[in-house]
Design a protein around this ligand. Structure first.
Ligand code: FDP
Ligand code: ZN
Length: 337
């Protein structure tokens, strides 16, 4: 079978009118930066990249050295190409404008440079998540407010999973596609076109240790799954939790399943655990383009109007039938209370 590289795939998509040259360049640049992050994560102790950076990010979380390194790699790679108006990152309080020395483009890039960073030191999968928006016209100075666009406005989204293989999973609104990094030639090669998530599943991902902190509809739903073939669902469910959203979502895009990070008494003051703009929205776009669903327990994630750059929300995504059921339980609870 003839292999198709990411670059060839993007050129063909441009010919079909699915994306423009600037967006194509942006995706190539992000992919190139992620190859460097893959090298850095792969070095581990040999590259002195393990452990804490000794700093906290805007969310008050301790930064790992690789969080900081990955953020710098993405910023540096995206500064000079002329495809961006500004970047925003989990690791930075405010958006970073493109330096004056370089031409500015029409896109806004958001990223979580290294998702699942508690996995770094134990040599388990981590990933990079990104989302691309159009910069509103006539803006000379980009501010956080320009990034506050609902997920339906995303032009592209994707993640790179640094696992046994380095994979790029991408959408620009024409399906969700997977590319595997061929380390010998240094190129991402198309390995799955038009990924489809099965509508039904018997596998769920949730941090069960939070069970006692959940709200009643979540307790009810998970209790029914755990009752298995003896309960109302009439079938047994299996559970997985990698503690890196990228890896859990990738499993769902490979064999189906659902991923939940609900509201609980520990995270409700912040609105949830996961960040809307650079975690939930890009994952929702990828999952919907693969036939799955993504809600905040009440409504479609991609239709939420963001109110802050680092806003957090509850996340329910994956195989459509389960997401519809868990969302219904939350909606019923709201109407009865
Ligand atoms: P992390 O904080 O390590 O970056 O981004 C949030 C996230 O990881 C997700 O990737 C992951 O699914 C979740 O948090 C892990 O949460 P727990 O600590 O509750 O397991
Ligand atoms: Zn993250």
């Amino acid at each position: 079978m003839k292999s198709i590289s990411l670059i060839q795939f993007l050129i063909e998509a441009r010919r079909k009118g699915q994306l423009n040259a600037e967006l194509s360049l942006l995706i190539e640049v992000v992919a190139r930066a992620c190859k460097r992050i893959a090298v850095a994560t792969g070095k581990g102790a040999l590259g002195d990249v393990l452990g804490g950076a000794g700093t906290d990010n805007v969310q008050g979380e301790h930064q790992k050295k690789l969080d900081v390194i990955s953020n710098e790699i993405l910023l540096e790679a995206n500064a000079w190409g002329g495809h961006l108006a500004a970047c925003a990152s989990e690791e930075m309080e405010d958006p970073q404008p493109i330096p004056d020395a370089y031409p500015k483009g029409h896109h806004l890039l958001l990223f979580d440079p290294l998702d699942g960073s508690s996995n770094i030191d134990i040599n388990v999968s981590v990933g990079t998540i990104f989302s691309v928006l159009r910069c509103p016209d006539g803006i000379s100075q980009v501010d956080a407010e320009h990034f506050l666009q609902p997920g339906v406005e995303q032009l592209a989204a994707g993640y790179v999973l640094y696992g046994p293989r380095t994979l790029l999973v991408l959408t620009f609104g024409h399906g969700t596609h997977e590319f595997t990094l061929d380390r010998e030639i240094g190129s991402f090669i198309l390995t799955r076109r038009d990924i489809r998530i099965p509508e039904e599943t018997a596998e769920f991902a949730i941090n069960m240790s939070n069970q006692r902190h959940w709200q009643p509809p979540m307790k009810r739903y998970i209790h029914e799954l755990l009752e298995g073939s003896e309960g109302p669902r009439g079938k047994d469910f299996n559970m997985r939790w990698v503690a890196a959203m990228v890896a859990d979502v990738h499993r769902i895009l490979t064999r189906g399943g659902v991923f939940y990070y609900p509201l609980d008494t520990k995270n409700q003051a912040q609105g949830g655990k996961l960040r809307l703009l650079y975690e939930a929205n890009p994952m929702a776009f990828l999952v919907e383009q693969a036939g799955g669903a993504a809600t905040d327990g009440h409504q479609r994630i991609m239709e939420l109007q963001p109110t802050g750059l680092h806003q957090r929300i509850p996340v329910f995504l994956g195989s459509r039938e389960e997401i519809e059921l868990v969302t219904r339980y939350h909606q019923q609870d709201q109407t009865s209370s």
